[in-house]
Ligand binder design. Structure first.
Ligand SMILES: [Zn+2]
Length: 77
C-alpha cells in the first residue's frame, strides 16, 4: 500500500495572499493571477477560475466558502 502524502511536505496552493500554480509551482501574489469571468449574481454558487501569469495554466483551487470569501474580499479592497 502506498504511503500517504505527508501533509507537512506537500505545499498548499493558498498561503495568505499568495497562491501557488499547481503546474509550474510559481508562488505569486493572488492579484497576479488573472481571474476568468465571474458573474456577480452567482458569485456565491460558482468557483472562480484563475489563469497563471507564468505558464498560462487555467485552474480553480478547491476552497471552502469561507476561504473564497477571504480571497474575493482581499481582491476588492
Ligand atoms: Zn503556472
Amino acid at each position: 500500500m502506498a504511503v500517504a502524502t505527508d501533509p507537512k511536505r506537500r505545499q498548499r496552493l493558498i498561503d495568505g495572499r499568495y497562491m501557488t500554480c499547481p503546474r509550474c509551482r510559481e508562488k505569486q501574489d493572488v492579484l497576479r493571477f488573472v481571474p476568468m469571468g465571474i458573474i456577480e449574481e452567482f458569485k456565491d454558487e460558482t468557483n472562480p477560475i484563475y489563469k497563471c501569469p507564468e505558464c498560462r495554466w487555467v485552474f480553480s483551487p478547491s476552497l471552502t466558502i469561507a476561504e473564497w470569501r477571504m480571497m474575493l474580499d482581499s481582491e476588492e479592497s
